[in-house]
Design a protein around this ligand. Structure first.
Ligand code: SF4
Length: 717
């Protein structure tokens, strides 16, 4: 058995793994003790890579639907079918008739990340959707307007901070998100061991809240009110201290006026936290030697996602903690980072186009996935008639999921790039499988831009595969879209892509001669990047290269039109009156929130026995007081209904949720016909997105409200 050292590509933590391989099969997986970043940490998902590669249900050959049933076909037959059907739709109905959806695994797949953008450009469709609008788009929106680029996101400097305020985040279970940091338990404990403090704001007493020094249980969707109240106290008590940021910030006076209505006494009854606790938190935040405020999924997938994301960084600025060690800082990745070159003053815009049916604005090049079904089902010019999906499982992970399934059935043609025949790809006409993680080169192009430490690691493919690489499949699709037919010159297209990448980096493409595909593009990015590295340097360092702690980057990192932090941009602050009005909203009797699970990876990996054993994981958490009121018994069934549908789910009575809050994890619901996944079907769970309302959105960003969905709960006899 030989050992290979790779980066785990399953989540944002980027853990180093030591993989034992024999006869082209994974035998063992363990944390790589010598990895410069993760130092041996591994979670159950990483350990299940062997089960993923051995999964008998994954696809090994393309499938084409004939008379309603999938048949295995050759790659040439699959592309002949695509050639026969896709260009005709575009020709007849125009560019926007073909939509694209990219799921969350796309960010972890170097091939689809680098070459998908070539395909989307070739398609020229405005109907581009991703999992971002059921996830982090509000953070892109706020960061874009504050700092000039949607990926210029401040990351908490967890390894040096004295005070960490986490809202709607459960990194002990999620392993960190928009904060690449393996072993968050160890990092949070280290804050406490050096005398610091960790505070968690969440409607649930999560595992992270259990570890924290303080937990504030707020009503779902009220984070923006709490954050505004903290800012209000900073102004009221003359605690605003911009420090070295002062000359780089515009808009502080406007922020003072904007947060004036949110005194702790005004927000306390709505947030569910006493005013003196809010005031005390603001003082601690202000008094801490260094502090970082961080918000994640609970703050972005809710009615005020953009305002909450904005206010997180307003607090980092007002306390002088932005861009200083121990505060919230900007990573500098080895390559491919848009904000690495100083002097850009493009500014950020959104709404460059709008969705046809509901008029929702584009943000970071995409439309809200909550309106994809409208675009498919509503007749008229520009109606979506075909769809390409890359990874993801929107029929499980996006709002009003049942309607989206109906919409996919109404499509004239659908192509999916996926390793599974799942709840979404069952609607496809053609499924094109790609290699599994260890059979493809890997590099965390996105997550090194969000990392708590500047590191880099290249992981070459360590298993052979009979499948074409995903980037090759995507370029073949590009050939179809560009009218080159089903057998386009993939090598020639790859040379073209590399030549363009070299031109952008100001390099001669010949410097990366001898390489192809993602390896060549990464080599070019590294050569054009800020550390003067090449891919050969990374190849010579199988445990990664540590480039040190985060360093201050203001003003170079700023790309706003003014060259400053624009703290009160109109695109964001225009939504403040809606927040003010919410102070008078009558409280809902019951609201639904999500729940992260350590052994679940959004909507996939439920077909792996090691990750689903140990009882039903898809339960509704209900507070004991509510259970008593509703006549619910532990383990009994409850019917949970919303405007968009209802599900019947086993109840787990627990005081970890607030009264009035019900929590169901998302990504389940594997009992629909036409899928291939024996283990997942045996542990089906319910699809919580049947309850998510496609009409409830964060207004500026169009991101779906997945936390704070009004529901009714009844006992099932
Ligand atoms: S925490 Fe994420 S990167 Fe690390 S082993 Fe688990 S899934 Fe892989």
């Amino acid at each position: 058995m030989s050992s290979a050292f790779v980066t785990c590509p399953l989540c944002e933590a980027t853990c180093g793994l030591e993989v034992g391989i024999a006869a082209n099969r994974i035998e063992t997986v363990r944390g790589d003790d010598d990895d410069v970043f993760s130092k041996g940490f591994i979670c159950p998902k990483g350990a299940s890579l062997k089960a993923l590669h051995d999964d008998p249900d994954r696809l090994h050959t393309p499938l084409v639907k004939c008379d309603g049933a999938f048949v295995e076909v050759s790659w040439d037959e699959a592309f002949a079918e695509i050639e026969r059907r896709l260009p005709a739709i575009r020709q007849q109905y125009g560019d926007n008739a073909i939509a694209a959806y990219v799921g969350n695994p796309g960010a972890h797949n170097l091939g689809s990340l680098l070459y998908g953008r070539v395909l989307w450009k070739a398609l020229a469709t405005q109907n581009f959707y991703t999992a971002g609008t059921v996830d982090q788009v509000p953070k892109h929106f706020s960061s874009g307007y504050l700092f000039g680029d949607g990926l210029t996101i401040p990351i908490p400097d967890v390894d040096r901070t004295d005070f960490l305020l986490l809202l709607g985040a459960n990194p002990l279970v999620s392993n960190g998100s928009l904060m690449t940091a393996p072993d968050m338990r160890g990092r949070l404990k280290a804050i406490q061991q050096r005398g610091g403090k960790v505070v968690v704001v969440d409607p649930r007493r999560t595992r992270t809240a259990e570890l924290a020094d303080q937990h504030l249980s707020v009503r779902p969707g009220t984070d923006a009110l709490l954050l505004a109240a903290l800012a209000n106290v900073l102004f009221a008590e003359d605690r605003v201290q911009l420090g070295e940021l002062a000359e780089h910030v515009d808009g502080v006076a406007q922020v003072r006026a904007l947060v004036a209505p949110f005194a702790p006494e005004a927000v306390a009854p709505v947030v569910g936290v006493p005013a003196d606790e809010i005031r005390g938190l603001a003082r601690e935040l202000s008094d801490a030697q260094t502090a970082a405020v961080y918000g994640r999924i609970g703050t972005t997938t809710q009615a005020f996602g953009t305002l909450a994301s904005w206010l997180v960084d307003v607090l980092n600025v007002l306390t002088g903690n932005l861009d200083r060690p121990g505060g919230a800082m900007f990573p500098l990745a080895v390559g491919g980072q848009a904000n690495a070159a100083p002097g850009r003053r493009r500014g950020f815009v959104h709404g460059r186009w709008r969705s046809r049916v509901r008029g929702l604005p584009e943000v970071v090049g995409e439309l809200p996935v909550a309106t994809l079904a409208d675009e498919i089902l509503t007749p008229g010019e520009g109606q979506v008639r075909a769809l390409i999906t890359v990874g993801g499982n929107p029929c499980v992970s996006t709002p009003h999921a049942a309607r989206l399934s109906e919409a996919f059935d109404a499509l004239e043609f659908m192509v999916s790039l996926d390793v599974y025949l799942n709840e979404t790809t069952r609607h496809a006409d053609v499924i094109l499988p790609g290699p599994l993680p260890l059979a493809r080169d890997h590099f965390d192009l996105v997550f090194y831009q969000l990392s708590v430490r500047n590191v880099a690691n290249w992981s070459p493919a360590v298993l052979d595969t009979e499948l074409p690489q995903e980037w090759e499949t995507i370029l073949r699709l590009v050939g179809v879209v560009m009218g080159q037919g089903p057998n386009a010159d993939v090598a020639g297209l790859d040379d073209f892509v590399a030549a363009q990448a070299a031109q952008r980096a100001g390099l001669d493409p010949a410097v990366a001669a001898g390489r192809r595909g993602p390896a060549r593009l990464v080599d070019l990015m590294l050569r054009g990047g800020p550390y003067d590295l090449t891919l050969a340097d990374l190849e010579a360092a199988p445990h990664g290269i540590d480039l040190g702690p985060l360093r201050p980057r203001i003003p170079d990192v700023l790309a706003t039109a003014s060259g400053k932090i624009e703290l009160a941009p109109e695109a964001i602050t225009a939504d403040v009156p809606r927040l003010v009005a919410s102070l008078d909203d009558p409280p809902q009797q019951f609201v639904l929130i999500g729940r992260r699970q350590l052994s679940s990876n959004n909507s996939w990996m439920h077909n792996l026995s090691p990750l689903v054993r140990g009882g039903n994981k898809c339960t509704a958490h209900v507070h004991p007081d509510d259970a008593a009121k509703l006549g619910l018994a532990d383990g009994a069934l409850a019917r949970i209904s919303s405007r968009t549908g209802s599900v019947t789910v086993p109840v787990e009575i627990t005081d970890t949720v607030r009264p009035g809050v019900v929590s169901i994890p998302h990504g389940w619901g594997h009992d629909v016909p036409g899928t291939r996944g024996e283990v997942a079907r045996a542990h089906a769970g319910v699809n919580s997105n049947i309850l998510a309302d496609d009409l409830l959105l964060d207004v500026p960003s169009g991101t779906a409200v997945l936390n704070g969905i009004p529901i009714d709960v009844t006992a099932v006899a």
